[in-house]
Design a protein around this ligand. Structure first.
Ligand code: WTA
Length: 587
Protein backbone atom coordinates (compact mmCIF):
# COMPACT_ATOMS: atom_id res chain seq x y z
CA UNK A 1 0.00 0.00 0.00
CA UNK A 2 2.83 2.36 0.89
CA UNK A 3 4.47 1.74 -2.48
CA UNK A 4 1.22 2.36 -4.30
CA UNK A 5 0.56 5.48 -2.29
CA UNK A 6 4.02 6.69 -3.21
CA UNK A 7 2.91 6.19 -6.82
CA UNK A 8 0.63 9.17 -6.59
CA UNK A 9 -2.32 8.30 -4.43
CA UNK A 10 -1.16 10.20 -1.35
CA UNK A 11 -4.58 11.71 -0.90
CA UNK A 12 -6.19 8.28 -0.75
CA UNK A 13 -5.71 6.97 2.78
CA UNK A 14 -5.95 3.37 3.93
CA UNK A 15 -6.53 0.11 2.22
CA UNK A 16 -10.32 0.40 1.79
CA UNK A 17 -10.12 3.85 0.25
CA UNK A 18 -7.39 2.70 -2.11
CA UNK A 19 -9.42 -0.37 -3.11
CA UNK A 20 -12.41 1.85 -3.84
CA UNK A 21 -10.26 4.25 -5.83
CA UNK A 22 -8.69 1.36 -7.78
CA UNK A 23 -12.12 0.21 -8.94
CA UNK A 24 -13.73 3.57 -9.65
CA UNK A 25 -10.63 5.06 -11.35
CA UNK A 26 -9.34 1.83 -12.76
CA UNK A 27 -7.37 3.33 -15.65
CA UNK A 28 -5.45 5.91 -13.65
CA UNK A 29 -4.83 3.43 -10.85
CA UNK A 30 -3.27 0.82 -13.15
CA UNK A 31 -1.40 3.41 -15.19
CA UNK A 32 0.31 4.77 -12.08
CA UNK A 33 1.01 1.29 -10.71
CA UNK A 34 2.45 0.13 -14.05
CA UNK A 35 4.68 3.21 -14.39
CA UNK A 36 5.92 3.00 -10.84
CA UNK A 37 6.42 -0.76 -10.50
CA UNK A 38 7.78 -1.69 -13.92
CA UNK A 39 10.52 -0.60 -16.29
CA UNK A 40 9.25 0.14 -19.80
CA UNK A 41 11.29 0.02 -22.99
CA UNK A 42 8.75 2.35 -24.55
CA UNK A 43 5.89 3.89 -22.58
CA UNK A 44 2.26 3.01 -23.26
CA UNK A 45 -0.07 5.62 -24.72
CA UNK A 46 -3.45 4.11 -23.77
CA UNK A 47 -3.88 2.42 -20.41
CA UNK A 48 -6.85 0.28 -21.31
CA UNK A 49 -9.21 -0.41 -24.16
CA UNK A 50 -11.41 -3.29 -23.10
CA UNK A 51 -14.80 -4.61 -24.06
CA UNK A 52 -15.64 -7.58 -21.88
CA UNK A 53 -18.84 -8.35 -23.76
CA UNK A 54 -16.88 -8.98 -26.97
CA UNK A 55 -13.88 -10.54 -25.23
CA UNK A 56 -11.60 -7.78 -26.49
CA UNK A 57 -9.06 -6.86 -23.91
CA UNK A 58 -6.16 -4.49 -24.47
CA UNK A 59 -3.92 -3.09 -21.76
CA UNK A 60 -1.04 -0.62 -21.97
CA UNK A 61 -1.24 -0.18 -25.74
CA UNK A 62 1.88 1.17 -27.38
CA UNK A 63 3.95 0.09 -24.38
CA UNK A 64 6.82 -2.32 -24.63
CA UNK A 65 8.56 -4.14 -21.80
CA UNK A 66 10.50 -7.31 -21.19
CA UNK A 67 9.40 -9.31 -18.20
CA UNK A 68 12.79 -10.96 -17.71
CA UNK A 69 14.43 -7.53 -17.58
CA UNK A 70 11.90 -6.58 -14.92
CA UNK A 71 12.55 -9.78 -12.97
CA UNK A 72 16.36 -9.70 -13.27
CA UNK A 73 18.36 -6.85 -14.77
CA UNK A 74 17.01 -4.05 -12.62
CA UNK A 75 17.75 -6.03 -9.43
CA UNK A 76 21.21 -7.03 -10.63
CA UNK A 77 21.80 -3.32 -11.02
CA UNK A 78 20.98 -2.58 -7.37
CA UNK A 79 21.60 -5.83 -5.45
CA UNK A 80 23.41 -8.44 -7.59
CA UNK A 81 24.31 -10.72 -4.68
CA UNK A 82 20.78 -10.98 -3.25
CA UNK A 83 19.50 -14.56 -3.34
CA UNK A 84 16.83 -14.88 -6.01
CA UNK A 85 16.07 -18.58 -5.78
CA UNK A 86 16.42 -21.14 -3.05
CA UNK A 87 16.14 -24.53 -4.66
CA UNK A 88 14.79 -26.82 -1.95
CA UNK A 89 15.90 -30.12 -3.41
CA UNK A 90 14.28 -33.43 -2.66
CA UNK A 91 16.90 -34.42 -0.06
CA UNK A 92 16.42 -32.13 2.95
CA UNK A 93 19.53 -30.08 3.67
CA UNK A 94 20.86 -30.10 0.09
CA UNK A 95 19.40 -26.74 -0.94
CA UNK A 96 21.05 -24.58 -3.56
CA UNK A 97 20.99 -20.77 -3.61
CA UNK A 98 21.16 -18.71 -6.76
CA UNK A 99 21.72 -14.96 -6.73
CA UNK A 100 20.09 -12.45 -9.07
CA UNK A 101 23.41 -12.06 -10.85
CA UNK A 102 23.72 -15.81 -11.39
CA UNK A 103 20.15 -16.13 -12.52
CA UNK A 104 20.63 -13.35 -15.05
CA UNK A 105 23.77 -15.07 -16.35
CA UNK A 106 21.99 -18.41 -16.69
CA UNK A 107 19.03 -16.75 -18.37
CA UNK A 108 21.19 -14.91 -20.89
CA UNK A 109 23.20 -18.04 -21.68
CA UNK A 110 20.01 -20.02 -22.24
CA UNK A 111 18.43 -17.23 -24.23
CA UNK A 112 21.47 -17.09 -26.51
CA UNK A 113 21.51 -20.85 -26.85
CA UNK A 114 17.83 -20.93 -27.82
CA UNK A 115 18.35 -18.16 -30.33
CA UNK A 116 21.41 -19.84 -31.81
CA UNK A 117 19.34 -22.99 -32.20
CA UNK A 118 16.68 -21.18 -34.16
CA UNK A 119 14.06 -20.31 -31.56
CA UNK A 120 12.45 -17.04 -32.65
CA UNK A 121 10.09 -14.43 -31.28
CA UNK A 122 6.56 -15.86 -31.19
CA UNK A 123 7.68 -19.53 -31.05
CA UNK A 124 6.37 -21.60 -28.18
CA UNK A 125 8.91 -23.65 -26.21
CA UNK A 126 7.64 -26.56 -24.10
CA UNK A 127 9.30 -26.91 -20.70
CA UNK A 128 8.85 -30.29 -19.00
CA UNK A 129 10.90 -29.97 -15.84
CA UNK A 130 10.44 -30.14 -12.09
CA UNK A 131 10.98 -26.91 -10.13
CA UNK A 132 14.70 -26.08 -10.41
CA UNK A 133 16.77 -22.99 -11.21
CA UNK A 134 17.31 -24.13 -14.76
CA UNK A 135 13.55 -24.38 -15.30
CA UNK A 136 13.11 -20.81 -14.06
CA UNK A 137 16.01 -19.62 -16.21
CA UNK A 138 14.40 -21.40 -19.18
CA UNK A 139 11.10 -19.60 -18.58
CA UNK A 140 12.86 -16.25 -18.28
CA UNK A 141 15.08 -16.98 -21.30
CA UNK A 142 11.98 -17.57 -23.42
CA UNK A 143 10.46 -14.34 -22.14
CA UNK A 144 13.75 -12.57 -22.85
CA UNK A 145 13.85 -13.53 -26.52
CA UNK A 146 10.11 -13.09 -27.03
CA UNK A 147 9.20 -16.79 -27.18
CA UNK A 148 6.18 -18.12 -25.31
CA UNK A 149 6.70 -20.88 -22.75
CA UNK A 150 4.43 -23.81 -22.27
CA UNK A 151 5.36 -25.28 -18.89
CA UNK A 152 3.93 -28.77 -18.58
CA UNK A 153 3.64 -30.11 -15.03
CA UNK A 154 6.30 -32.82 -14.69
CA UNK A 155 3.75 -35.13 -13.07
CA UNK A 156 1.91 -35.41 -16.39
CA UNK A 157 2.27 -38.57 -18.45
CA UNK A 158 3.89 -38.88 -21.89
CA UNK A 159 0.49 -38.78 -23.56
CA UNK A 160 -0.71 -35.68 -21.72
CA UNK A 161 2.63 -34.06 -22.55
CA UNK A 162 2.28 -34.96 -26.25
CA UNK A 163 -1.14 -33.36 -26.42
CA UNK A 164 0.20 -30.13 -24.93
CA UNK A 165 3.23 -30.08 -27.23
CA UNK A 166 0.98 -30.54 -30.27
CA UNK A 167 -1.38 -27.83 -29.08
CA UNK A 168 1.52 -25.40 -28.69
CA UNK A 169 3.13 -26.54 -31.97
CA UNK A 170 6.51 -26.45 -30.26
CA UNK A 171 9.66 -27.20 -32.17
CA UNK A 172 11.76 -27.10 -29.00
CA UNK A 173 11.40 -28.98 -25.71
CA UNK A 174 13.49 -28.47 -22.57
CA UNK A 175 13.62 -31.28 -20.01
CA UNK A 176 15.84 -33.09 -17.51
CA UNK A 177 17.24 -36.62 -17.74
CA UNK A 178 15.33 -37.73 -14.64
CA UNK A 179 13.29 -36.12 -11.89
CA UNK A 180 13.62 -36.88 -8.17
CA UNK A 181 10.62 -36.60 -5.89
CA UNK A 182 9.91 -38.16 -2.52
CA UNK A 183 13.10 -40.24 -2.83
CA UNK A 184 11.93 -41.75 -6.12
CA UNK A 185 13.35 -41.24 -9.58
CA UNK A 186 10.94 -40.32 -12.40
CA UNK A 187 11.89 -40.93 -16.01
CA UNK A 188 11.16 -37.55 -17.56
CA UNK A 189 13.43 -37.83 -20.61
CA UNK A 190 11.93 -41.23 -21.40
CA UNK A 191 8.45 -39.68 -21.21
CA UNK A 192 9.56 -36.98 -23.68
CA UNK A 193 10.87 -39.67 -26.06
CA UNK A 194 7.52 -41.45 -25.92
CA UNK A 195 5.58 -38.21 -26.36
CA UNK A 196 7.63 -37.17 -29.38
CA UNK A 197 6.55 -40.26 -31.32
CA UNK A 198 3.34 -38.33 -31.95
CA UNK A 199 4.76 -34.78 -32.11
CA UNK A 200 6.20 -34.22 -35.58
CA UNK A 201 6.84 -30.50 -34.98
CA UNK A 202 9.63 -31.08 -32.44
CA UNK A 203 13.12 -30.76 -33.85
CA UNK A 204 15.27 -30.44 -30.74
CA UNK A 205 15.22 -31.45 -27.09
CA UNK A 206 17.52 -29.83 -24.54
CA UNK A 207 18.30 -32.22 -21.70
CA UNK A 208 19.67 -31.00 -18.37
CA UNK A 209 21.16 -33.50 -15.93
CA UNK A 210 19.23 -33.57 -12.66
CA UNK A 211 20.74 -36.94 -11.65
CA UNK A 212 24.00 -38.57 -12.65
CA UNK A 213 22.31 -41.44 -14.45
CA UNK A 214 22.83 -41.50 -18.19
CA UNK A 215 19.68 -41.78 -20.29
CA UNK A 216 19.23 -42.80 -23.91
CA UNK A 217 19.91 -39.90 -26.27
CA UNK A 218 18.89 -39.47 -29.90
CA UNK A 219 20.18 -37.28 -32.71
CA UNK A 220 17.80 -34.43 -31.84
CA UNK A 221 18.84 -34.32 -28.15
CA UNK A 222 21.28 -31.70 -26.85
CA UNK A 223 22.84 -32.01 -23.38
CA UNK A 224 22.83 -28.81 -21.30
CA UNK A 225 25.79 -28.04 -19.01
CA UNK A 226 25.19 -27.54 -15.06
CA UNK A 227 26.00 -24.28 -13.26
CA UNK A 228 27.51 -22.38 -10.33
CA UNK A 229 25.84 -21.27 -7.10
CA UNK A 230 26.43 -18.99 -4.19
CA UNK A 231 25.12 -18.04 -0.76
CA UNK A 232 23.80 -14.83 0.84
CA UNK A 233 21.02 -13.66 3.15
CA UNK A 234 17.65 -12.20 2.16
CA UNK A 235 13.89 -12.21 2.73
CA UNK A 236 12.64 -15.63 1.81
CA UNK A 237 9.36 -16.34 0.03
CA UNK A 238 8.38 -20.01 0.25
CA UNK A 239 5.73 -20.89 -2.31
CA UNK A 240 5.68 -24.69 -2.47
CA UNK A 241 3.59 -24.94 -5.63
CA UNK A 242 5.03 -26.69 -8.66
CA UNK A 243 6.12 -24.39 -11.48
CA UNK A 244 3.94 -26.52 -13.79
CA UNK A 245 0.87 -24.73 -12.40
CA UNK A 246 -0.07 -21.07 -12.37
CA UNK A 247 0.74 -20.60 -8.67
CA UNK A 248 4.30 -21.63 -9.43
CA UNK A 249 4.43 -19.21 -12.38
CA UNK A 250 3.07 -16.17 -10.57
CA UNK A 251 4.30 -16.73 -7.01
CA UNK A 252 7.47 -18.83 -7.32
CA UNK A 253 8.89 -17.18 -10.43
CA UNK A 254 7.53 -13.92 -11.81
CA UNK A 255 6.03 -12.28 -8.70
CA UNK A 256 8.94 -12.74 -6.29
CA UNK A 257 11.59 -12.03 -8.94
CA UNK A 258 9.87 -8.95 -10.34
CA UNK A 259 9.86 -7.64 -6.78
CA UNK A 260 13.50 -8.50 -6.13
CA UNK A 261 12.60 -11.18 -3.59
CA UNK A 262 14.24 -14.48 -2.73
CA UNK A 263 12.08 -17.41 -3.76
CA UNK A 264 12.09 -21.09 -2.83
CA UNK A 265 11.65 -23.77 -5.51
CA UNK A 266 10.30 -26.86 -3.83
CA UNK A 267 11.16 -30.09 -5.61
CA UNK A 268 9.96 -32.57 -2.99
CA UNK A 269 6.73 -33.63 -1.29
CA UNK A 270 5.26 -32.52 2.07
CA UNK A 271 5.87 -35.96 3.60
CA UNK A 272 9.36 -36.76 2.35
CA UNK A 273 11.34 -37.94 4.22
CA UNK A 274 8.70 -37.44 6.91
CA UNK A 275 5.66 -35.22 7.62
CA UNK A 276 7.89 -32.56 9.22
CA UNK A 277 9.45 -31.61 5.87
CA UNK A 278 7.77 -28.20 5.37
CA UNK A 279 8.54 -27.00 8.90
CA UNK A 280 12.08 -28.37 8.93
CA UNK A 281 12.57 -26.43 5.70
CA UNK A 282 11.02 -23.28 7.21
CA UNK A 283 13.54 -23.54 10.07
CA UNK A 284 16.54 -24.30 7.87
CA UNK A 285 15.82 -21.73 5.12
CA UNK A 286 14.34 -19.14 7.52
CA UNK A 287 11.24 -18.78 5.39
CA UNK A 288 9.19 -15.63 6.04
CA UNK A 289 6.10 -16.27 3.93
CA UNK A 290 4.80 -19.77 3.41
CA UNK A 291 2.30 -20.35 0.59
CA UNK A 292 0.73 -23.77 0.03
CA UNK A 293 -2.39 -25.75 -0.75
CA UNK A 294 -5.15 -26.93 1.62
CA UNK A 295 -4.79 -30.50 0.39
CA UNK A 296 -1.28 -30.72 1.87
CA UNK A 297 -2.45 -29.14 5.13
CA UNK A 298 -5.28 -31.64 5.45
CA UNK A 299 -2.81 -34.45 4.90
CA UNK A 300 -0.31 -33.10 7.43
CA UNK A 301 -2.77 -32.39 10.20
CA UNK A 302 -3.57 -36.11 10.29
CA UNK A 303 0.01 -36.89 11.28
CA UNK A 304 -0.26 -34.77 14.42
CA UNK A 305 1.12 -31.52 15.82
CA UNK A 306 4.43 -33.00 16.99
CA UNK A 307 5.84 -32.79 13.44
CA UNK A 308 5.28 -29.04 13.48
CA UNK A 309 6.37 -28.39 17.09
CA UNK A 310 9.71 -30.08 16.46
CA UNK A 311 10.93 -27.10 14.41
CA UNK A 312 11.48 -23.41 14.95
CA UNK A 313 8.98 -21.43 12.89
CA UNK A 314 9.65 -18.01 14.38
CA UNK A 315 10.71 -16.54 11.03
CA UNK A 316 7.21 -17.04 9.59
CA UNK A 317 5.20 -13.85 9.13
CA UNK A 318 2.34 -14.77 6.79
CA UNK A 319 0.74 -18.08 5.88
CA UNK A 320 -1.00 -18.34 2.51
CA UNK A 321 -3.47 -20.86 1.15
CA UNK A 322 -4.46 -21.29 -2.49
CA UNK A 323 -5.95 -23.62 -5.05
CA UNK A 324 -9.12 -24.88 -3.41
CA UNK A 325 -11.47 -24.01 -0.61
CA UNK A 326 -9.80 -24.45 2.79
CA UNK A 327 -12.04 -26.10 5.37
CA UNK A 328 -12.25 -24.60 8.85
CA UNK A 329 -10.38 -27.46 10.52
CA UNK A 330 -7.37 -27.07 8.22
CA UNK A 331 -7.49 -23.27 8.51
CA UNK A 332 -7.54 -23.40 12.32
CA UNK A 333 -4.68 -25.89 12.37
CA UNK A 334 -2.58 -23.78 9.99
CA UNK A 335 -3.20 -20.70 12.12
CA UNK A 336 -2.95 -22.21 15.62
CA UNK A 337 -0.32 -24.92 15.16
CA UNK A 338 1.85 -23.84 12.21
CA UNK A 339 1.65 -20.11 12.87
CA UNK A 340 1.40 -20.37 16.69
CA UNK A 341 -1.65 -18.12 16.43
CA UNK A 342 0.49 -15.11 15.52
CA UNK A 343 0.67 -15.22 11.69
CA UNK A 344 -2.28 -14.06 9.59
CA UNK A 345 -3.60 -16.80 7.30
CA UNK A 346 -4.45 -15.45 3.87
CA UNK A 347 -6.85 -17.62 1.91
CA UNK A 348 -6.20 -16.25 -1.56
CA UNK A 349 -8.68 -16.84 -4.35
CA UNK A 350 -7.64 -16.61 -7.96
CA UNK A 351 -7.16 -18.79 -11.04
CA UNK A 352 -4.94 -19.31 -14.06
CA UNK A 353 -7.19 -16.97 -16.01
CA UNK A 354 -6.81 -14.13 -13.51
CA UNK A 355 -3.01 -14.24 -13.49
CA UNK A 356 -2.75 -13.28 -9.84
CA UNK A 357 -4.61 -13.05 -6.55
CA UNK A 358 -8.06 -11.41 -6.82
CA UNK A 359 -9.84 -11.98 -3.53
CA UNK A 360 -7.84 -12.13 -0.33
CA UNK A 361 -7.71 -11.01 3.27
CA UNK A 362 -5.40 -8.03 3.63
CA UNK A 363 -2.48 -8.49 5.97
CA UNK A 364 -1.14 -5.11 4.84
CA UNK A 365 -3.93 -3.57 6.90
CA UNK A 366 -2.90 -4.69 10.38
CA UNK A 367 -6.31 -4.80 12.04
CA UNK A 368 -8.35 -6.17 9.15
CA UNK A 369 -10.69 -8.90 10.30
CA UNK A 370 -10.04 -12.37 8.88
CA UNK A 371 -12.72 -15.05 9.04
CA UNK A 372 -11.47 -18.67 8.84
CA UNK A 373 -12.09 -20.25 5.44
CA UNK A 374 -13.02 -17.01 3.70
CA UNK A 375 -11.12 -15.27 0.94
CA UNK A 376 -12.72 -12.08 2.30
CA UNK A 377 -12.14 -8.94 0.25
CA UNK A 378 -11.39 -8.00 -3.35
CA UNK A 379 -7.84 -6.97 -4.11
CA UNK A 380 -6.96 -3.70 -5.83
CA UNK A 381 -8.77 -3.11 -9.09
CA UNK A 382 -11.03 -6.15 -8.70
CA UNK A 383 -14.79 -5.71 -8.59
CA UNK A 384 -16.45 -9.08 -7.88
CA UNK A 385 -20.16 -9.59 -8.49
CA UNK A 386 -22.49 -12.53 -7.88
CA UNK A 387 -25.06 -13.53 -10.51
CA UNK A 388 -28.30 -15.43 -10.16
CA UNK A 389 -29.30 -18.20 -12.58
CA UNK A 390 -31.06 -15.67 -14.81
CA UNK A 391 -27.92 -13.60 -15.19
CA UNK A 392 -29.00 -10.76 -12.91
CA UNK A 393 -26.53 -9.16 -10.53
CA UNK A 394 -27.30 -10.05 -6.92
CA UNK A 395 -26.93 -6.84 -4.98
CA UNK A 396 -27.77 -7.94 -1.46
CA UNK A 397 -25.48 -9.63 1.03
CA UNK A 398 -25.89 -13.05 2.64
CA UNK A 399 -26.37 -14.55 -0.81
CA UNK A 400 -24.75 -17.05 -3.18
CA UNK A 401 -24.27 -16.97 -6.93
CA UNK A 402 -21.94 -17.37 -9.87
CA UNK A 403 -18.76 -15.37 -9.31
CA UNK A 404 -18.01 -12.83 -12.04
CA UNK A 405 -15.67 -9.85 -12.24
CA UNK A 406 -17.24 -6.61 -13.41
CA UNK A 407 -14.29 -4.89 -15.06
CA UNK A 408 -10.99 -5.91 -16.62
CA UNK A 409 -7.58 -5.78 -14.89
CA UNK A 410 -4.13 -6.02 -16.46
CA UNK A 411 -3.16 -9.54 -15.33
CA UNK A 412 -6.23 -11.23 -16.82
CA UNK A 413 -6.18 -13.74 -19.66
CA UNK A 414 -6.98 -12.10 -22.99
CA UNK A 415 -7.50 -15.14 -25.15
CA UNK A 416 -6.99 -18.89 -25.42
CA UNK A 417 -4.05 -19.89 -27.59
CA UNK A 418 -5.39 -20.60 -31.08
CA UNK A 419 -9.00 -20.46 -29.96
CA UNK A 420 -10.29 -16.96 -29.28
CA UNK A 421 -13.86 -18.07 -29.81
CA UNK A 422 -13.60 -20.53 -26.95
CA UNK A 423 -12.26 -17.70 -24.77
CA UNK A 424 -15.26 -15.51 -25.52
CA UNK A 425 -17.71 -18.37 -25.11
CA UNK A 426 -16.29 -19.58 -21.81
CA UNK A 427 -15.52 -16.34 -20.03
CA UNK A 428 -17.37 -13.48 -21.70
CA UNK A 429 -20.65 -14.79 -23.07
CA UNK A 430 -22.19 -16.55 -20.02
CA UNK A 431 -22.78 -13.11 -18.40
CA UNK A 432 -22.36 -10.47 -21.11
CA UNK A 433 -20.20 -7.58 -20.00
CA UNK A 434 -18.69 -9.56 -17.13
CA UNK A 435 -15.78 -11.97 -16.81
CA UNK A 436 -17.14 -15.35 -15.66
CA UNK A 437 -14.81 -17.31 -13.35
CA UNK A 438 -16.57 -20.68 -13.36
CA UNK A 439 -16.69 -20.61 -9.56
CA UNK A 440 -19.60 -20.21 -7.20
CA UNK A 441 -19.29 -17.93 -4.17
CA UNK A 442 -21.15 -16.82 -1.08
CA UNK A 443 -21.18 -13.18 0.11
CA UNK A 444 -21.71 -12.90 3.85
CA UNK A 445 -23.81 -10.35 5.72
CA UNK A 446 -20.66 -8.29 6.19
CA UNK A 447 -19.89 -8.41 2.46
CA UNK A 448 -17.03 -10.94 2.71
CA UNK A 449 -16.55 -13.55 -0.01
CA UNK A 450 -16.28 -17.29 0.41
CA UNK A 451 -15.58 -19.48 -2.63
CA UNK A 452 -17.79 -22.54 -2.77
CA UNK A 453 -16.28 -24.42 -5.74
CA UNK A 454 -16.42 -24.96 -9.49
CA UNK A 455 -19.73 -24.63 -11.29
CA UNK A 456 -18.59 -26.18 -14.55
CA UNK A 457 -17.13 -29.50 -15.56
CA UNK A 458 -13.70 -28.87 -14.15
CA UNK A 459 -12.67 -30.74 -11.04
CA UNK A 460 -9.94 -29.87 -8.65
CA UNK A 461 -8.04 -32.82 -7.18
CA UNK A 462 -5.42 -31.87 -4.59
CA UNK A 463 -5.28 -28.38 -6.06
CA UNK A 464 -4.69 -29.72 -9.58
CA UNK A 465 -7.31 -28.72 -12.13
CA UNK A 466 -8.46 -31.21 -14.69
CA UNK A 467 -11.35 -31.19 -17.12
CA UNK A 468 -13.71 -34.15 -16.64
CA UNK A 469 -13.66 -34.59 -20.42
CA UNK A 470 -9.95 -35.33 -20.43
CA UNK A 471 -10.44 -38.28 -18.07
CA UNK A 472 -13.54 -39.47 -19.91
CA UNK A 473 -11.81 -39.36 -23.24
CA UNK A 474 -10.19 -42.77 -23.18
CA UNK A 475 -9.71 -45.23 -25.93
CA UNK A 476 -10.28 -48.31 -23.84
CA UNK A 477 -11.95 -50.88 -26.03
CA UNK A 478 -14.24 -52.28 -23.33
CA UNK A 479 -15.80 -48.92 -22.47
CA UNK A 480 -18.79 -47.55 -24.33
CA UNK A 481 -18.98 -44.26 -22.45
CA UNK A 482 -18.27 -42.73 -19.09
CA UNK A 483 -19.03 -39.74 -16.89
CA UNK A 484 -16.55 -38.33 -14.41
CA UNK A 485 -17.82 -36.47 -11.36
CA UNK A 486 -15.91 -34.71 -8.59
CA UNK A 487 -17.09 -35.35 -5.06
CA UNK A 488 -16.00 -33.92 -1.69
CA UNK A 489 -12.90 -35.75 -0.43
CA UNK A 490 -11.39 -35.31 3.05
CA UNK A 491 -7.81 -34.89 1.92
CA UNK A 492 -7.82 -34.17 -1.78
CA UNK A 493 -10.60 -31.57 -1.71
CA UNK A 494 -12.31 -33.37 -4.57
CA UNK A 495 -12.10 -37.04 -5.42
CA UNK A 496 -12.84 -38.59 -8.82
CA UNK A 497 -15.93 -40.76 -9.21
CA UNK A 498 -16.37 -42.56 -12.51
CA UNK A 499 -19.59 -43.93 -13.96
CA UNK A 500 -18.66 -46.38 -16.68
CA UNK A 501 -20.87 -48.06 -19.25
CA UNK A 502 -19.25 -51.14 -20.76
CA UNK A 503 -19.71 -52.24 -24.34
CA UNK A 504 -22.15 -55.03 -24.92
CA UNK A 505 -20.66 -58.46 -24.59
CA UNK A 506 -17.83 -57.41 -22.25
CA UNK A 507 -17.96 -59.58 -19.19
CA UNK A 508 -14.60 -59.31 -17.51
CA UNK A 509 -14.25 -59.09 -13.72
CA UNK A 510 -15.07 -55.60 -12.45
CA UNK A 511 -11.93 -55.48 -10.29
CA UNK A 512 -9.71 -56.36 -13.19
CA UNK A 513 -11.42 -53.76 -15.40
CA UNK A 514 -11.06 -51.11 -12.70
CA UNK A 515 -7.38 -51.87 -12.41
CA UNK A 516 -6.89 -51.56 -16.16
CA UNK A 517 -8.87 -48.31 -16.34
CA UNK A 518 -6.82 -46.81 -13.53
CA UNK A 519 -3.61 -47.81 -15.28
CA UNK A 520 -4.81 -46.14 -18.43
CA UNK A 521 -5.72 -42.85 -16.79
CA UNK A 522 -2.46 -42.83 -14.92
CA UNK A 523 -0.57 -43.41 -18.16
CA UNK A 524 -2.60 -40.97 -20.22
CA UNK A 525 -2.85 -38.10 -17.74
CA UNK A 526 -1.32 -38.61 -14.29
CA UNK A 527 -1.80 -40.62 -11.12
CA UNK A 528 -3.81 -37.93 -9.38
CA UNK A 529 -6.53 -38.10 -12.07
CA UNK A 530 -7.29 -41.80 -11.38
CA UNK A 531 -10.84 -42.47 -10.19
CA UNK A 532 -11.23 -43.20 -6.48
CA UNK A 533 -14.41 -45.10 -7.30
CA UNK A 534 -15.54 -46.72 -10.50
CA UNK A 535 -19.18 -47.67 -10.76
CA UNK A 536 -20.16 -49.81 -13.73
CA UNK A 537 -23.67 -48.89 -14.88
CA UNK A 538 -25.93 -49.99 -17.70
CA UNK A 539 -26.59 -46.47 -18.96
CA UNK A 540 -26.08 -42.84 -18.03
CA UNK A 541 -28.90 -40.39 -17.32
CA UNK A 542 -29.23 -38.14 -20.37
CA UNK A 543 -31.36 -35.30 -21.57
CA UNK A 544 -33.47 -35.82 -24.65
CA UNK A 545 -30.84 -34.00 -26.62
CA UNK A 546 -28.28 -36.54 -25.46
CA UNK A 547 -26.36 -34.48 -22.85
CA UNK A 548 -25.24 -36.41 -19.79
CA UNK A 549 -26.98 -34.94 -16.73
CA UNK A 550 -23.89 -34.35 -14.60
CA UNK A 551 -25.85 -32.25 -12.15
CA UNK A 552 -27.93 -35.32 -11.29
CA UNK A 553 -24.92 -37.64 -11.10
CA UNK A 554 -23.19 -35.16 -8.81
CA UNK A 555 -26.16 -35.19 -6.44
CA UNK A 556 -26.24 -38.99 -6.46
CA UNK A 557 -22.54 -39.13 -5.60
CA UNK A 558 -22.99 -36.52 -2.87
CA UNK A 559 -25.86 -38.65 -1.49
CA UNK A 560 -28.18 -35.66 -1.77
CA UNK A 561 -31.20 -37.41 -3.18
CA UNK A 562 -33.54 -34.60 -2.15
CA UNK A 563 -31.49 -32.22 -4.24
CA UNK A 564 -31.88 -34.06 -7.55
CA UNK A 565 -33.99 -31.16 -8.79
CA UNK A 566 -36.01 -31.05 -11.96
CA UNK A 567 -35.76 -34.38 -13.81
CA UNK A 568 -38.32 -33.53 -16.45
CA UNK A 569 -35.74 -33.01 -19.19
CA UNK A 570 -34.39 -36.53 -18.70
CA UNK A 571 -34.89 -38.95 -21.50
CA UNK A 572 -35.62 -41.83 -19.14
CA UNK A 573 -35.76 -41.06 -15.38
CA UNK A 574 -35.45 -44.78 -14.59
CA UNK A 575 -31.74 -44.52 -15.42
CA UNK A 576 -31.25 -42.41 -12.28
CA UNK A 577 -33.06 -44.92 -10.10
CA UNK A 578 -30.85 -47.76 -11.38
CA UNK A 579 -27.73 -45.84 -10.54
CA UNK A 580 -28.92 -44.97 -7.03
CA UNK A 581 -29.62 -48.62 -6.33
CA UNK A 582 -26.14 -49.66 -7.36
CA UNK A 583 -24.19 -46.75 -5.92
CA UNK A 584 -20.88 -47.62 -4.32
CA UNK A 585 -19.80 -44.59 -2.35
CA UNK A 586 -20.36 -44.71 1.40
CA UNK A 587 -21.24 -48.39 1.28
C1 WTA B 1 -10.02 -22.89 -7.08
C2 WTA B 1 -4.92 -21.72 -8.89
C3 WTA B 1 -11.37 -21.70 -3.06
C4 WTA B 1 -11.16 -22.22 -7.83
C5 WTA B 1 -4.57 -20.34 -8.32
C6 WTA B 1 -10.46 -21.66 -9.05
C7 WTA B 1 -9.96 -21.73 -4.86
C8 WTA B 1 -9.47 -22.73 -9.36
C9 WTA B 1 -9.07 -20.85 -4.18
C10 WTA B 1 -8.30 -22.20 -10.13
C11 WTA B 1 -9.41 -20.44 -2.85
C12 WTA B 1 -8.27 -21.28 -6.16
N1 WTA B 1 -10.57 -20.89 -2.34
N2 WTA B 1 -11.10 -22.14 -4.30
N3 WTA B 1 -8.63 -19.66 -2.12
N4 WTA B 1 -8.04 -20.59 -5.03
N5 WTA B 1 -9.42 -21.97 -6.07
O1 WTA B 1 -6.27 -22.22 -12.36
O2 WTA B 1 -12.11 -23.20 -8.17
O3 WTA B 1 -5.04 -23.95 -10.94
O4 WTA B 1 -11.33 -21.43 -10.14
O5 WTA B 1 -5.35 -21.57 -10.20
O6 WTA B 1 -9.04 -23.20 -8.07
O7 WTA B 1 -7.30 -23.17 -10.28
P1 WTA B 1 -5.94 -22.78 -11.03
Amino acid sequence: VKRLQAAGFEGVCGHSALQEFSVSNSASFWAAAARQRLNWISPFHTTQDCDLSRGEIKWFEGGKLNVSVNCLDRHVHTCPERVALIWERDEPGSEVKITYRQLLEMTCRLGNMLRRRGVRKGDCVTIYMPPCPLAVASMLACARIGAAHNVVFAGFSAEALAERIRDAQSSTVITVNQGVRGGKVTELKKAVDTALQSCPTVQQVFVAMRTENPVAMTARDIVMEEYVFNYSDGDVFGCVADIGWITGHSYSVYGPLANGGTTVLFESTPIYPDPGRYWEMVQRLKINQFYGAPTALRLLLKYGDQWVHKYDRSTLKTLGSVGEPINTEAWEWYHRVVGDGRCPVVDTWWQTETGGICITPRPSEPDAEIVPGMAMRPFFGIEPVLMDTEGKVLTSNDTSGALCIAQPWPGMARTIHNDHQRFTETYCQPYPGYFFTGDGAYRSKEGYYQITGRLDDVINVSGHRIGTAEIEDNQYSAVAESAIIGYPHNIKGQGVYAFVVLKKGVNAQEEELSRQLNNMVSKKIAKYACPDFIQFVHRLPKTRSGKIMRRVLRKVVEQDLNGLGDLSTLDDPAAVEEIIQEKKIGQ
